[in-house]
Write a protein that binds this ligand. Structure first.
Ligand SMILES: NC(=O)c1ccc[n+]([C@@H]2O[C@H](COP(=O)([O-])OP(=O)(O)OC[C@H]3O[C@@H](n4cnc5c(N)ncnc54)[C@H](OP(=O)(O)O)[C@@H]3O)[C@@H](O)[C@H]2O)c1
Length: 256
């Protein structure tokens, strides 16, 4: 069995790779930083006696999903698990944002995820076997003033994953979508929240990956990590859309 994991050079993706490795599943690790991928590949292949391939690629480039698919084909490996984890966010007012960054984000968080899912869902449907794990966010459940495009991309990931979960279920292809809340990783620094806090109150990437991996194995379609995050989603069901928007706007503005 082989798992293809995007965004495996750091954070949640690297920890998801460790979870698959513990189950002796071979890996194809993808991200831009080749050295970080190679270091992880050496660690996991030595510790768990599995085959780990590394593909360094910028998945925000429009043709990258097709390029990745071809590179995997040339390895002559069947992808049993597709993990669409790579993603990034951008903090700030949309009207002042760098449009190329928003485009790259949409390409990575939505376009590449969709194209990779299309390519591997078709193969899995034919084989009547396979699992797709998409990483969304608790941001998928509410609008996100001050991080508007990011939140909207994660709405897409959640809605898309839930929809294809139903379509693929009759073919024995399972789709799971992991929704982490704020998590210790490089995400915050990349998104513009500043350097990571010491004594962070947030869960580690390892905790989130263990949770998401377990939920995927149990066949759960939507899994939200963290009791506080689940409670907030429940509480928002009795709030007006305006109340939700204003609350998020105040919270996010306080982070700038
Ligand atoms: N951390 C949080 O608070 C949080 C909360 C909810 C959801 N999430 C989601 O969880 C997922 C993983 O994020 P994380 O927290 O683990 O963040 P992270 O530590 O920043 O890791 C992001 C991963 O994505 C890869 N990546 C970024 N841009 C890429 C590109 N253009 N092409 C290929 N790979 C790219 C990065 O590798 P390279 O830089 O080497 O390319 C890295 O491996 C993301 O989808 C994120 O939206 C995170």
């Amino acid at each position: 069995m082989t798992a293809l994991i995007t965004g495996a050079s750091a954070g949640i993706g690297a920890e998801l790779a460790r979870e698959f490795a513990k189950d002796k599943i071979n890996l194809i690790l993808v991200a831009r930083r080749e050295q970080a991928l190679k270091t992880l590949a050496e660690e996991l292949s030595a510790e768990y006696n599995i085959n780990v391939s590394v593909i360094a690629l910028d998945l925000s480039l429009p043709g990258s999903a097709t390029e990745l698919y071809k590179k995997v084909q040339s390895l002559r490996l069947t992808v049993d698990y597709l993990v669409n984890n790579a993603g990034f966010g951008d903090l700030g007012e949309f009207a002042d944002s760098e449009i190329q960054k928003q485009e790259d984000m949409i390409n990575l968080n939505i376009l590449t995820l969709t194209k990779l899912t299309r390519q591997y869902a078709a193969e899995m449907k034919t084989r009547k076997l396979g699992t797709i794990l998409n990483v969304a966010s608790d941001a998928a459940f509410r609008p996100g003033p001050m991080m508007s495009v990011y939140f909207a991309t994660k709405h897409f990931v959640l809605a898309f994953s839930e929809a294809i979960a139903e379509e693929l279920r009759p073919y024995n292809v399972h789709v799971s979508v992991l929704c982490p809340g704020a998590t210790q990783s490089e995400f915050g620094e990349v998104a513009g929240f500043g350097p990571p806090q010491e004594n962070s109150p947030f869960p580690t990437s390892k905790e989130v990956a263990e949770f998401g991996y377990l939920k995927m194995k149990k066949g759960e379609v939507v899994s939200v990590h963290g009791g506080d995050n689940r409670n907030r989603i429940e509480a928002e069901k009795s709030m007006s859309r305006q109340q939700i928007r204003e609350t998020v706007y105040q919270q996010m503005s306080g982070l700038i």
